[in-house]
Ligand binder design. Structure first.
Ligand code: GDP
Length: 528
């Protein structure tokens, strides 16, 4: 009994969010290195090395050498059991990236110290903010010349609307980067260069008043530090764990993932300050993770991992209790009992079959085509439904033309199934039927995935005609009369598969214009 509670308490399940190239992969590798999950950093993504990525399940991934889907890495460190949800960021940015955040209990935001907040950070942050989960900031690449730190913090506060509280403070940047000053202990953590790819960096922990410091720091660096700290003490928000837990205050850390400066001290602080698995809202009320009875929800569906079969793997986030392999669970939306077969977990480079898993963990289970994103699994005899996962705004749209009209049935089946897995969203013109299909995706690569999969799995050729729309909103007013809506010239009225009305525009400013022209109109960036 106590055993499973302890297991849940030591879990930390989080996502790392960042703009491409800010250093998310490098930081993840260093975390894994500390956890002993890999021997040498540099094997997570296998960009430079010939090694395959963790999630090279689909043929298209191998062809392009990138990973289309996100994956989960689990490892142990300092008594904690850590689950890192990988959020794909480059061309493989997709709706899955957003959905993955729904399975996380907190987020680490990696920011390039020379660039500040960038576009993708902003998008991912929005989703975390919507969930009010704790967000921790790691300002990376301090070994390169960074922006003015106060400006950087202002940038985060103004752009993202979250207060910041630096836990430590950098001493210099670029070639002059010497280490970080811990505001709590008033000690300076000095770094000497580490051997690339190892964790044996020499760190020196000295009191700020230690005379040794003067010989290590450049002339004027200590004075600058003291000035900065004085300014900071007067200007920045005080550390408040409660506000951190509510996602209103982000603790900030500085370092360099590449050279391993400040990574371990960040990891330690983060693990202490972040949360163990959070309670989750269900239709019957909030479910505590420590409840003995197993429950989980599906947040991602991955098709055809094995090309020989039309298998799907449903990724579930366990929300309460303990999972044991072979266990019979109740699939609420399907209304049936189900034995979860081939439960698997991803440990650094390998997938392995799991015997047990606990609230906070993510596992992949075999899906014979019955699960949908957002579905709940719980113990037979219990009926709970977790809050669904919202649909996230696609940013690219295309009209789909089917080349061989004789294959209409296969086409509809294929495109609907792929939409059900959540790779794409399909829409129709508001006033016409299924013959006009508009596809919306979060990342353009999903267009290729759609075309590829329809050809390879359903034997259907399509042509995609790009549409100029980039902005989409769900209409929240239930009693709306779509024919009376006054739009802009670049607006189109569409509906999704559930018949919900939406609007799409080519220009960002048209969204506001439409709101102005239709008093009372309520628009949402998330489809619920
Ligand atoms: P991701 O796209 O966010 O996963 O970024 P990566 O971890 O792949 O890093 C992008 C590039 O920045 C790579 O060339 C890294 O070696 C480099 N990089 C990552 N962290 C640091 C750092 O702390 N300092 C410097 N100078 N380069 C870094």
């Amino acid at each position: 009994m106590a055993n499973y509670v302890d297991e849940i308490k030591r879990r930390r399940t989080f996502a790392i969010i960042s703009h491409p190239d800010a250093g998310k992969t490098t930081l993840t590798e260093k975390f894994l290195l500390y956890g002993g999950a890999i021997n040498l950093a540099g094997s997570v993504k296998g960009k430079a090395t010939a090694r395959h990525a963790v999630s090279d399940w689909m043929e298209i991934e191998k062809e392009r050498g990138i990973s289309v889907t996100s994956s989960v890495l689990q490892f142990n460190y300092d008594g904690y059991c850590i689950n890192i949800l990988d959020t794909p960021g480059h061309q493989d940015f997709s709706e899955d990236t957003y959905r993955t955040l729904m399975a996380a209990d907190s987020a680490v935001m990696v920011i390039d110290g020379s660039k500040g907040v960038e576009a993708q950070t902003r998008k991912l942050f929005k989703v975390c903010a919507m969930r009010h989960i704790p967000i921790f900031t790691f300002i990376n690449k301090m070994d390169r010349d960074a922006m003015d730190i106060f400006e950087l913090l202002d940038d985060i506060e103004n752009e993202l609307g979250i207060a910041t509280c630096p836990v430590n403070w950098p001493i210099g940047s670029g070639k002059a980067f010497k280490g970080v000053y811990d505001r709590n202990t008033e000690k300076v953590l000095l770094f000497s260069d580490t051997e690339k790819g190892t964790k044996e960096g020499e760190e020196l922990d000295l009191s700020i008043n230690d005379p040794q410091i003067d010989s290590i720091l450049d002339p004027g660096q200590k004075e600058k530090l003291m000035d900065d700290i004085e300014l900071l003490d007067g200007a920045s928000a005080e550390f408040d764990q409660e506000l951190v837990s509510q996602g209103k205050l982000s603790p900030v850390f500085f370092g360099s993932a590449l050279t391993n400066f400040g990574v371990e001290t960040f990891l330690r602080h983060f693990l202490q300050m972040t949360t163990s698995p959070l309670p989750r809202k269900a239709d019957v009320g909030v479910i505590d993770p420590m409840e003995e009875e197993f429950s989980a929800f599906v947040f991602k569906i991955q098709a055809n991992m094995n090309k020989a079969h039309r298998d799907r793997i449903a990724f579930i986030r366990i929300c309460s209790g303990k999972f044991t392999a072979g266990m019979e669970v109740f699939h609420v939306q399907g209304g049936r009992k189900q034995r979860l077969s081939q439960p698997q977990q991803i440990m650094a480079q390998d997938r392995k079959i799991v015997d047990e898993a606990y609230a906070g963990d993510i596992i992949g289970v075999f899906d014979p085509g019955i699960f949908s994103i957002g579905d709940t699994l719980c113990m037979p005899g219990k009926q709970i439904k977790y809050e669904g996962i919202p649909t996230f705004a696609p940013e690219h749209f295309a009209r789909v033309r089917q080349m061989d009209t004789m294959k209409r049935k296969q086409f509809v089946k294929g495109i609907e199934q792929i939409a059900q897995e959540g790779a794409i969203q399909i829409f129709q013109e508001f006033n016409t039927g299924m013959e006009e299909i508009i596809v919306g995706v979060v990342g353009v690569l999903q267009f290729d995935v759609l075309k590829y999969r329809l050809e390879n799995e359903y034997n259907v050729d399509i042509r995609l005609e790009p549409l100029p729309y980039e902005h989409i909103r769900w209409i929240e007013n239930e009693d709306i009369d779509m024919s009376k809506l006054v739009g802009t010239s670049d607006m189109k009225k569409i509906k999704d598969l559930k018949g919900r009305p939406l609007l799409i525009w080519a220009n960002a400013w048209s969204v506001g214009m439409t709101l102005e022209r239709n008093p009372g109109l309520k628009l949402s960036e998330f489809g619920r």
